[in-house]
Write a protein that binds this ligand. Structure first.
Ligand code: NAD
Length: 238
């Protein structure tokens, strides 16, 4: 399996969970350092790759197939936020978020599907977000995360005949560097930020990366073999 953005947060937890269940894992991230930190202890393959660059994505997928033997599972976790209210959002805020999430996932899915179609087997899970439903200050991110759900539904239709399942998961608040960065930008203490978020969540806690990894693993398992083109919100409530 190949996980992008696997050097931290949800991607790292997913790589660790899959490796624990016996999968051969390629951990990819922008820089090799974080990817290696996760891949090393699980005997995985670390690959530096900027997912918004076609050449880098194609060589990442080629290297994964060459070194792991095949590619059955793609999980796209690479992500960034560049929050701003619409009147302050720059072209760069827009382009960098759209390029990372939407173009990045498109490029990874396109490169991966070639191998999956040949093998008549594949599982793809893309990271959407509750922000797909709309979130103040996230015109770019919300559009990207809603777009990923449409992309998954479309790929589920196109690739279903080749026994490839494509789904999205849409987390709410998860304790990772991403939500820490949001607290920092707002000038709020992270512990207070988490408590505030938890008070709004029916299950009265924020999510952990493992909460998301577990659902991703389910969507890549035989038990969910008839589930495709779906999105699962993982937010401690409806
Ligand atoms: P994180 O910041 O801990 O991890 C994201 C990783 O993506 C980082 O290691 C980063 O280096 C990597 N990355 C960024 N740009 C990249 C690029 N161009 N190419 C390759 N790698 C790149 O964040 P996380 O919280 O683990 O987020 C993982 C995914 O889950 C993201 O897509 C994020 O949007 C989504 N998500 C997170 C939350 C949350 O609350 N944390 C909620 C909903 C969705």
């Amino acid at each position: 399996m190949l996980v992008t953005g696997g050097g931290r947060g949800i991607g790292a937890a997913t790589a660790q969970l899959f490796a624990g269940e016996g999968a051969k894992v390629a951990v990819s991230d922008l820089d090799e350092g974080p990817a290696q930190e996760v891949a090393g202890p699980i005997g995985g393959l670390a690959i530096a790759c900027n997912v918004s660059d076609r050449g880098q994505v194609e060589s990442m997928v080629a290297r994964t197939v060459k070194e792991l033997g095949r590619l059955d599972v793609l999980v796209t976790c690479a992500g960034i936020i560049r929050d701003n209210l619409i009147y302050k959002m720059t072209d760069d805020d827009w382009d960098s978020v759209i390029d990372t999430h939407l173009k990045g996932t498109f490029l990874c899915a396109q490169a991966a599907q070639k191998h999956m179609v040949e093998n008549k087997y594949g599982k793809m899970v893309f990271l959407s977000s509750t922000s797909a439903l709309g979130n103040r200050g996230q015109t770019n991110y919300a559009a990207a995360k809603a777009g990923l759900q449409g992309m998954a539904r479309t790929l589920a239709i196109e690739l279903g005949p080749f026994n490839i399942n494509v789904n999205t998961v849409a987390p709410g608040f998860v304790e990772t560097r991403m939500t820490k960065a949001t607290a920092e930008r707002m000038g709020v203490d992270y512990e207070a930020f988490k408590l505030g978020a938890a008070s709004q969540i029916p299950l009265r806690r924020v999510g952990q990366p493992e909460d998301i990894a577990n659902v991703i693993a389910f969507l890549c398992s035989d038990e969910s073999g008839f589930v495709s083109g779906q999105n699962i919100y993982i937010r401690g409530g409806p």
